[in-house]
Write a protein that binds this ligand. Structure first.
Ligand SMILES: Nc1ncnc2c1ncn2[C@@H]1O[C@H](COP(=O)(O)OP(=O)(O)OP(=O)(O)O)[C@@H](O)[C@H]1O
Length: 571
């Protein structure tokens, strides 16, 4: 993935490195000409030569300033592009990820893995590879080269000293990896605690969970702080050791250099130039060491992001038979499904003829939503056949299948955008047409009374609407889409009996020639659907019309008695 990023940005990278090398060449030549000005100044009669050197020195300095300015553009462009590309990859991954893998990761942890991973990826490419090629390596190489012109022995001592420190640094890396892993684990836990705390205000407040959650968060935060401080101290130790080494070299140069000047073998200019080059080389070498350790630690972080990017994908989304249309004939034949070896659906066989309506009923946990998820292709059956117009769902290209179905999940089917956006997404539809839909779901007056009408933002998961308003809004979307197959998982749970009845009548009328599969809990409209399927413990316990089942199907009779009392339904 990082390779992909590098390839995409190759021209910017080349430009960035070329500008970086030029800056370092100009700056090193600047030191050489500064030395020439100093040494020529000692000979008072060579004023022409001094002016000549000063002009070149000045031009080199101005050139360096201009290049440094130009350098900003590719620098910002690259640093921002890398993060953006990695974030795009993460969202792209979510669009293809296998639904069960997505459920297993969990939002809080996933957000942190993506956040840390994109940052680490940026640090690896921009903070390490590019910084090394653009700045550190050219500075080190040019400085060593120019030092070697003055005295190759000094160049050799610095190079050997650096290699020794680099090797020692690497011996400590294993220990640092462990620390970094602890920090990452704790950061992901912290993210999970915070995100569930932010999202589940009502559950946590009314169950008085916040104190406990904060204690967990603090414990993780303390671990992160301690380990981060230890990591920093070890980092800084590398820096300090190298600084001591360079200071010793400077003292040695000063001691022997002054003696050479006195003996007439060297000049003040050369000693100044050597000091300037050593100053110049010191930081990049020390920084490289620190960056190298950072780079290896960032790899630990990045690997977790990579694991997420390589999580299993739903192969059916973009490959398989393309559906130009869907009439809506559905057949389950001996379909079984299990979650991690725990059997949920057993040998389900069921036919839903085209253009008919079916209600799935049964006790909680009986497998109704799982059956719906199989039908939407979110989870995959273990065995059997699930035929749509005679073609098994596993052979279909799901992204074309989704063009022909409307699905309302049990979770809030509303997302953070306007009323209009929740009904027709990006399609251009007149206000009148949208209000017509809203009228059918008894929401027109409510929306007309909002100051911003159709452009009102509904908040995350529609928090600014009541539960029933959210469900009615989702129905407006279904009416707008007018698909041939409707798959509805408890779409009316938040509506009162009267509104539920009225909306379901509208849906059954408007889609009288379409296939409708609906999970029903309150059983309010059962007499109006063509077929009722009773689910019990992962099996089909019976199916038929209301009248048939109420006479012949014991689980249905029991369910009906229970719900009738619970919801005060008409006998
Ligand atoms: N992601 C999951 N991982 C593991 N088990 C799951 C998962 N989702 C659901 N289950 C289990 O599958 C079983 C069937 O769940 P399902 O949601 O299909 O039931 P349901 O009939 O729709 O229930 P309800 O009427 O309460 O919504 C339950 O025992 C549930 O615990």
């Amino acid at each position: 993935m990082l390779k992909q990023c590098l390839i995409q940005l190759k021209w910017w990278i080349l430009l960035y490195i070329a500008v970086g090398c030029s800056i370092q060449l100009f700056s090193s030549l600047g030191i050489v000409f500064f030395q020439k000005v100093l040494d020529t100044a000692v000979q008072a009669n060579r004023m022409d030569e001094i002016i000549h050197f000063i002009i070149i020195y000045g031009l080199l300095l101005v050139g360096t300033v201009i290049l440094n300015y130009v350098d900003e553009y590719p620098s910002v462009y690259l640093s921002k592009s890398i993060s953006e590309q990695l974030k795009l990859m993460a969202l792209d991954k979510i669009s293809k990820i296998d639904y069960q893998a997505y459920q297993n990761i969990g939002t809080g942890q996933m957000i942190k893995v993506i956040e840390n991973g994109t940052e680490a990826g940026n640090e690896i490419i921009y903070g390490f590879i590019l910084k090394t090629l653009h700045e550190l390596l050219p500075t080190i190489l040019f400085s060593l080269l120019f030092i070697s012109f003055y005295d190759p022995r000094i160049m050799l001592i610095i190079a050997i000293g650096y290699v020794v420190i680099f090797v020692v640094t690497n011996l400590l890396l294993k220990f640092l990896y462990r620390m970094k892993s602890i920090i990452l684990n704790e950061q992901e836990s912290m993210s999970r605690y915070s995100i569930r705390g932010f999202m589940e205000l009502v559950v946590f407040r009314t169950n008085k969970r916040y104190e406990k959650e904060m204690a967990k968060l603090s414990a993780s935060a303390r671990q992160i702080i301690n380990k981060s401080a230890q990591l920093r101290m070890i980092h800084e130790a590398f820096f300090a050791i190298f600084e001591v080494f360079i200071t010793i070299i400077k003292l040695v140069i000063l001691f022997f250099g002054v003696q050479s000047v006195i003996a007439g073998d060297s000049s003040i200019g050369v000693i100044v130039a050597l000091f300037l080059f050593i100053e110049k080389i010191y930081s990049p070498i020390a920084i490289f060491n620190v960056l190298f350790v950072d780079y290896r630690l960032n790899q630990v972080t990045y690997k977790r992001f990579e694991a997420f990017i390589h999580a299993p994908e739903d192969r059916n989304l973009d490959s398989g038979l393309e559906l130009a249309g869907l009439k809506g004939e559905i057949e389950f034949s001996n379909v079984s499904f299990s979650y991690a070896q725990h059997s949920i659906l057993n040998n389900i066989s069921l036919t839903i003829p085209q253009g008919t309506s079916v209600a799935l009923v049964g006790m909680s946990g009986g497998g109704k939503s799982t059956l719906i998820k199989l039908l939407t292709g979110l989870v995959k059956k273990d065995s059997g056949k699930l035929l749509l117009d005679g073609v098994d769902i596993d052979e279909l290209k799901l992204n074309t299948y989704y063009e022909h179905i409307s699905y309302l999940s049990q979770e809030t089917p509303i997302f953070d955008t306007t009323i209009r956006g929740n009904i027709c997404f990006d399609a251009h539809v007149s206000n009148e047409a949208i209000y017509e839909l809203l009228e059918k779901v008894h929401l027109k007056e409510t929306i007309l009374n909002l100051p911003e009408g159709l452009d009102t933002l509904v908040g995350e998961r529609g928090v600014k609407l009541s539960g029933g308003e959210r469900q009615r809004l989702a129905f407006a979307r279904i009416l707008f889409q007018r698909r041939n197959v409707l798959i509805l998982d408890e779409p009316v749970s938040a509506l009162d009996n009267i509104t539920e009845k009225s909306i379901m009548e509208t849906i059954l009328q408007e889609f009288s020639d379409k296939t409708i599969i609906i999970v029903a809990h309150r059983l309010n409209f059962l007499q109006q659907v063509d077929q009722i399927v009773v689910m019990d413990n992962g099996r089909v316990a019976g199916h038929g019309s209301f009248d048939e089942l109420i006479r012949n199907c014991k689980p249905f009779m029991e369910l009906w008695q229970k719900k009738r009392l619970e919801y005060d339904l008409d006998p």
